[in-house]
Design a protein around this ligand. Sequence first.
Ligand code: ATP
Ligand code: MN
Length: 460
Amino acid sequence: MERQLIKYLLASAQPADKVLLKGWIRTKRDSKEFSFLEINDGSCMSNIQVLAERSLSNYEEIEKLKTGSSISVKGRLVESPAQGQRFEIKAEEVEIYGPAPEDYPLQKKRHSMEFLREIAHLRPRTNTFGAVFRVRNKLSFAVHEFFQKNDFLHVHSPIITASDCEGAGEMFQVTTLDLKNIRVSEGRPDFTDDFFGRQANLTVSGQLEAELFATAFDRVYTFGPTFRAENSNTSRHLAEFWMIEPEIAFAGLQENMRLAEDFLKYIFRYCLENCSEDMKFFNDRIQPGIIDNLEAIISSEFEALSYTEAVSILMQSGEKFEYPVKWGADLQSEHERYLTEKKFGKPVIVTDYPKEIKAFYMRLNEDNKTVRAMDVLVPGVGEIIGGSEREYRYEVLVSRMKESGLNPEDYWWYLDTRKYGTVPHAGFGLGFERAVQFITGMQNIRDVIPFPRTPKNAAF
Ligand code: ATP
Ligand code: MN
């Protein structure tokens, strides 16, 4: 007999159907003549109740089973007299794979997110993390579906790189040098001894490579792990996170903004439609109102305004900010939240930032002061997307590189795209975990990635 998943059992089963299912005991209640076992197999939030009667040959062992044990159940579906469920399973055979002793940490009580992080190897077996990782899975699929339907080519950009995309440092170095015994020449480690014969790092972004491919395939996207050694212990930063970076050729900031808005709405809608049971859980238990919020966002238009307008709104707001607002300074998370949560109450796209606070590759505006950047800010999370129209004029790009302290010779391959058949193009990066946070309402980014890497923590 073929094994079934609870998800399908609950959706389509009929009384008296024979069933075989396997899973883990969530809770158990015993009476004199029988035990009730609540089983979950991860296929959905719901458990199914199994009635195991004393007449079963191995009842003595079944009776001793505790929360966390893994079993296989053969039996028949019967209408359940219990409230809140249509069916239960009357067991005819229960096979025990692995019992779990009394010290199983996930006993039936509410655990704090902090405690669950310490047992990240077991937390997927809870309701909350079951829902988080099912939604994360669907969201990842939705990302590919959106781009594939719109003729984007998926590029696997390299994880190890010898260029610093942001020109910002904050990178993890990759080396096979023996750190206890490094040959130094002219006061610096001699990287000619290293694996790649030069200094190499984990990538902070796949954008430059995406740009190269956009000049051949027109529309491309990357979806891969990204690493930043920034020491920000916040609820929105990880040292290892996943980023989605589309890049479109023959396009500018307007097309880029439209793409970002359409894309976000598409993946939000996908989750509402395909994760309804889990989304209901987030709505009831994690962030009340989140379903209505997402629906409102899908059917409304994002607000768009320039950085200069944003600064003047913030200065006139009368709010007391910890970081003062002034033209030329980067927007802090408190400013971003004021704009999305208080001022507009919806996602906001801020464009045209001062060039000093943005990367060298962003297209310079006529004013020579601002660049065609765009950040998409959402309520609760703040910045979810950072993007721009790219500087596609060879001379301007070279001088912006020099201004930013980069050596154009190191980027000869990147500059070649501007030398041979250059085109206006644009793109952005969406932090995948910030999107999962936004959709689920989970407060801390550490709780939407299976095994978070943060300063001083790489456990599991
Ligand atoms: P922030 O100001 O929030 O640190 P950033 O300006 O450094 O973000 P970008 O370099 O524009 O971010 O990266 C694009 C997107 O990647 C961001 O909009 C965000 O969604 C995500 N992102 C950036 N850094 C991190 C991080 N450390 N952990 C998780 N996601 C991140
Ligand atoms: Mn950052």
